[in-house]
Each structure stands twice: as C-alpha cells, then as structure tokens.
Write a protein that binds this ligand. Structure first.
Ligand SMILES: NC(=O)c1ccc[n+]([C@@H]2O[C@H](COP(=O)([O-])OP(=O)(O)OC[C@H]3O[C@@H](n4cnc5c(N)ncnc54)[C@H](OP(=O)(O)O)[C@@H]3O)[C@@H](O)[C@H]2O)c1
Length: 331
C-alpha cells in the first residue's frame, strides 16, 4: 500500500527551538536504537514510523550501530524512506551518529577523522540519503585530540554531508571545551543528546547550565528508562517486552527490575493516575516541563506506544506538591 502522510500532521505537535539555532524540533522525537533491526517485523517498523510522521514527529534519530546487526536500523529506515517518505524529505530531520564499535581494526570506533568521515559515508549509503540533518559524535574519545574530532564534524558540515552537528554522552566540562573548539571553527554545536529520566539525573548537575549558557539545545534519551517508567513491569515481565528479549547491545535486562525499583514505579504510577495520565505519559511530561529540553527521543515497539506517549504533551505542568512527591518517592 502506498503511503500519503496525514494532512493534519502538524495540528497538535509542539515544536521547540533548538538552543539559539534556527532549527525547531518536535518536543517528541522517535529513535530507532531497538525494534528496527533484522530480527524485527518490517511491517511493524513501517507502521511505527508512519504513525510518528502522521502525528508531527518530524525527527528520526539513528546511529551507525543500531540494529541488530549494526547498521540494520539504518537499512530498515532507508527502505521505509524510499517507499514512503522520500516526497517528505524536506519536512524531516534525520540524525545519525558514530563513536561506538562499528567495524574491525583501528579505524572502526571512537573519534578520529578517519572513522567519523568513513562512518557517515556508510550511514548515508545505508539510508539512501544525500545528507543527514544532524550528525553526532556518539561518545567522547579519551585518546583522540578534541580538535581532531571537532574538526572532523566541522569538515562534514562543510562537505554538505550534515547540516548540523551534535555530541552525545559528553560530560559538562567536555561539552564546554567542545563548544569552544567548534565556535573557533565556525560550526556551532547544535545539540547535546543525553540520557535523562526520573531515574538518571546527571544532566541536572551542570550540563543543562552549560548548554543553556551557550545557546545549545538538549535532547533526552531513555526517558522511560527503556520501559521501566511505564506500567508494563508492575506485574512481572511480559513476554513481548524489551526486558524479556535478550537483544543485547545495551538493551534493558530483567535483573535491573528489582523490587525496589518496581515499588517506586508503583507509587509514581499512583501519582500519574491522580494527574489523569498513565505512567509513561507522566515520565515524559516530567522531562518536557523544563523548557531547556528541546526534545526527547522515545523508543517504541508498537505504534500504539507512540500514540500513548504523545498524550504527555497535553499536560507537562507540575505543581510544587507533585514535584515534591516525586522527589520523595525517588530518593
Ligand atoms: N546517544 C545515545 O547514547 C543513546 C543511547 C540510547 C538511546 N538513544 C536514543 O534514544 C532512543 C530511545 O531510547 P530508548 O529506547 O531507551 O527509550 P525509552 O523511550 O526509554 O524506551 C523505549 C521502550 O519503552 C517501551 N515504551 C515506549 N513507549 C511506551 C508506552 N507509551 N507505554 C508502555 N511502554 C512504552 C517500549 O518497550 P517494549 O519494547 O518493551 O515494548 C519501548 O521499546 C533510541 O532509539 C535512540 O535513538 C541514544
């Protein structure tokens, strides 16, 4: 069946300016880390992406190593792009990244110019794109000089292979240095991609301040803690869940689901219900309450989860009492 995007797709999504740049991102973006590999049902992948785009999710986040196998998610995305989304390329923000192990030998990971330029060339081929909108360095490299890594990102932009650049998993002080090097090169840092959820709070200890001060955007990932901050694990581990899937590559494993965590989620869930939200919606709303957050990237194994998560946009205001209750549950 051929695809035509919903004509109402821009009616309810909210778009936030990314730092001081000219680019706006949807408050909710879709990531393809898991659920888009070779082992996943292609029809389901297609429906998830169509559902996202039909609801104003213009931003799709990938990386060289998403799969399985590594590269698999970019291949899946490339097929869906070719079949369904090509006419809409100018309405889309596609990102990819390099930094983790991708191919054997000394040039297949970290942050050398050799690796970053080659990896992006491979990603563009897999996705069938001429350029990505955002290209990220996926993790800091303790050995390569920062000037070389940032110089490679600047080069990639000048070559027209990426429009903007980002970094991910850099600490607050590493980010400040990267911003300074990039400013000296004339290619400002657009965005930082960071793990941020009610359960993982490190960005509050300096990173958000550095980004805000320098006019750089922030996009959160794993804001549902890979599904922990939803209702799904309150009564055991469902067979079709990520925790049961043994997918590897950093996917949630069942031993993380301790009684202590589940007990906290149960109490959070009661508060969510009082707010008229489900647990996932409240967990996402809690990130969106901070206007310094440009966007958050959801993962989804079903299109219904995308629809459910989008409802968080209806209420991301919290009273002081609600915030205090959340802190007392989390501590
Ligand atoms: N830069 C980095 O280093 C980095 C690292 C990790 C992720 N990311 C990016 O962030 C994206 C999202 O990461 P993530 O997958 O960890 O995000 P997440 O949103 O925390 O977890 C996604 C999982 O939560 C469950 N879920 C989602 N919506 C739900 C809902 N409404 N109700 C119930 N369950 C729901 C699904 O689990 P089931 O599969 O069990 O149904 C889904 O697969 C990735 O795809 C990637 O683009 C970046």
């Amino acid at each position: 069946m051929s695809y035509t995007a919903d004509s109402n797709r821009y009616d309810s999504m909210q778009y936030r300016r990314c730092g001081k740049s000219g680019l706006k991102l949807p408050a909710i973006s879709l990531g393809l880390w898991h659920n888009f590999g070779d082992i996943d049902d292609f029809g389901k992948c297609r429906t998830i992406i169509q559902t996202a785009f039909d609801n104003g999710i213009t931003h799709f986040d990938l990386a060289n190593n998403y799969g399985p196998p590594p590269g698999g998610a970019e291949v899946t995305f490339g097929k869906i792009f070719k079949q369904d989304l090509k006419p809409y390329r100018d309405e889309m923000i596609v990102s990819s990244k390099a930094g983790y192990g991708m191919w054997p030998g000394p040039y297949g990971e970290w942050g050398s110019k050799k690796y970053l330029v080659s990896s992006l060339d491979q990603s563009l081929k897999r996705m069938g794109l001429d350029y990505v909108d955002i290209f990220y360095h996926h993790r800091p490299d303790p050995e390569t000089p920062l000037e070389e890594t940032m110089g490679a990102l600047d080069l990639i932009v000048r070559q027209g292979k990426a429009l903007y650049i980002g970094i991910s998993n850099y600490s607050a002080s590493e980010t400040q240095k990267a911003i300074e090097v990039l400013n000296s090169l004339g290619t400002p840092l657009l965005i930082h991609q960071a793990k941020y959820s009610m359960l993982v709070r490190w960005v509050e200890e300096g990173l958000l301040e550095v980004l805000d001060k320098n006019g750089v955007g922030c996009i959160a990932f794993s804001s549902l803690a890979q599904g922990i901050l939803t209702n799904k694990y309150l009564n055991g581990i469902p067979a079709d869940s990520r925790a049961a899937s043994a997918r590897g590559n950093g996917a949630l494993e069942s031993n993380v689901l301790t009684q202590e965590i589940i007990q906290k989620v149960r109490r959070l869930n009661e508060l969510a219900q009082q707010r008229g939200q489900d647990m996932a919606q409240m967990a996402l709303a809690w990130i969106l309450k901070d206007q310094r957050m440009t966007s958050l990237i959801i993962g989804a194994s079903k299109a219904e989860q995308v629809i459910d998560s989008l409802q968080s946009l209806k209420n991301y205001q919290f009273t002081n009492d609600e915030l205090n209750t959340i802190e007392s549950i989390l501590k």
